[in-house]
Design a protein. Structure first.
Lengths: 358, 105
């Protein structure tokens, strides 16, 4: 059996599931057949990634010329402790300036744009080249960063100079904020309770994958920490959160101890933090880490693709809970890799391990 | 006059920062009491609605603020979020947080 080689996307690739092509690659006695299957798998992956994007964008085609992502547009503003006036201090294509927060925001946005485009064929936040706007030096002693959906921008504080450094210092934090924007553009996930914790977790997942991709790390080389460098050396802690080991990121006399559970039996019911969205995100975070670890290799490749396709699933409900989301990742693992695949089993085992699936 | 500021939300949850910051104006030096009163005049705190702003849909990691002021028989609580459009209110938040930073270990 011979699979013909095509140099562009073909309908055939959408019909044969990847796990059959992989079986041919692994089991065929003919070298040429194996090579063609390997090439088909590569194109097939790319085709599936593109299919994860909206059909409207696929029909335009122009943003994928030569597979280059050509609609990166960055604008960095300096709030300099107030919002009025707020000058534009760096725009797309301009050179580095004498302000490390500005450069970090600019470079971080660029890395994020490239990551989403190269790995998931996503053309910015809205998949239509939405400009990436960032505000640095927001307020005084501001130990936070957040996504402002009204002005579609991320605002970064400088920290308080005592316990917190500037929030642009961590690439995964920049990725986290932009992922919140992507979630909003993919229909949104209610920012409360289990759904909110999923929203938070997905932001940590893609923030972390951005860092791993940028550093060229496998899952085992990655630190799986969110917010490295944000604490000053006055704080007993290495990061704001750990996806690999929730509850271990910090233990400080002033800030307290990292409150994140790693398992459903530690789920926190609270009225604070919209029902603990930054607390209970530890559980799906740990699940993603386990899935990526079991699958192996680079975490963005397969685990990341499963999560990305789940996020972009148009039937995902605005108020989905942990269990339904977990089942949805299994469905996408089935579609991408097959119901008997190693990837699917890894994802299932991960959700069972954290007590969300039985 | 007793001023308390409670924050909620933000990029990460810190159990140790759960308690409100409280300032008793009587403990402040005279000059500071005067400038605080000027600031409060600008804010017109007791005329503000109880909820000045809530998070817009799609917001994430936004910090929410709850300020309560008790002055003699007057007591009023106001809630709002970033980005704070009311500049005197923003200045009041920064004043309280800076004071807390000075006092903290």
């Amino acid at each position: 059996m011979v699979l013909s080689m095509k140099s562009n996307y073909s309908e055939m690739f959408g019909i044969i599931p990847p796990y059959i092509i992989r079986a041919i690659e692994q089991n065929s006695n003919e070298e040429e057949e194996r090579n063609v299957a390997k090439a088909n798998l590569k194109f097939d992956n790319e085709f599936r990634e593109q299919r994860a994007a909206t059909s409207e964008v696929m029909s335009k085609g122009d943003v994928y010329i030569n597979r280059e992502c050509i609609q990166k547009q960055r604008f960095i503003y300096d709030a300099d402790k107030s919002l009025n006036p707020m000058p534009l201090v760096r725009s797309e294509g301009s050179v580095t300036v004498n302000d490390v927060a500005v450069n970090e925001a600019y470079d971080g946005f660029g890395a994020a744009y490239d990551f989403f485009c190269h790995v998931f064929r996503r053309n910015s936040i809205d998949n239509h080249g939405l400009p990436l706007k960032g505000v640095v030096h927001y307020k005084a002693n501001f130990y936070n960063a957040f996504w402002d959906p009204v002005e579609t921008r991320v605002l970064f504080g400088d920290g308080d100079g005592k316990r917190f450094n500037r929030f642009t210092i961590a690439l995964e934090v920049i990725g986290h904020e932009l992922t919140h924007a992507i979630i909003a553009h993919e229909g949104g996930l209610a920012y409360t309770g289990q759904t909110g914790a999923l929203n938070e977790s997905i932001a940590d997942v893609f923030g972390s994958l951005l860092k791993q991709y940028h550093l060229g790390q496998t899952h085992s080389e990655a630190d799986w920490l969110v917010g490295v460098g944000i604490f000053t050396n006055q704080v007993q802690g290495e990061a704001l959160r750990s996806m690999k080991a929730p509850r271990t990121a910090f233990d400080d006399k002033v800030l307290g101890k990292d409150p994140q559970p790693a398992h459903m039996k530690g789920f926190v019911t609270t009225r604070r933090d919209h029902g603990g969205v930054h607390i209970n995100s530890g559980i799906p975070n740990r699940a993603f880490y386990l899935a990526a670890k079991e699958i192996g290799g680079n975490a963005w490749d397969r685990a990341g693709l499963i999560w990305y396709n789940t996020l972009c699933d148009k039937t995902l409900k605005l108020n989905i809970n942990f269990k339904s989301f977990a089942n949805r990742t299994l469905k996408h693992a089935d579609i991408l890799f097959g119901s008997e695949s190693h990837e699917r089993k890894a994802v299932k085992a991960a959700w069972v391990d954290v007590g969300i699936l039985a | 006059m007793r001023i308390s500021l409670r924050t909620d939300g933000g990029f990460a949850y810190f159990p140790g920062l759960n308690r409100p910051i409280v300032i008793d104006s009587e403990t402040l030096p005279n000059e500071e009491q005067k400038s605080l009163n000027t600031l409060l005049d600008q804010v017109k705190f007791f005329t503000l609605p109880e909820v000045v702003a809530t998070p817009a849909p799609g917001s994430a990691d936004i910090m929410q603020y709850t300020i309560t002021i008790k002055d003699g028989r007057q007591r009023h609580t106001v809630q709002f979020v970033d980005p704070i459009k009311n500049e005197p209110l923003q200045a009041l938040v920064e004043y309280i947080q800076t004071k807390a930073l000075e006092k903290s270990p």
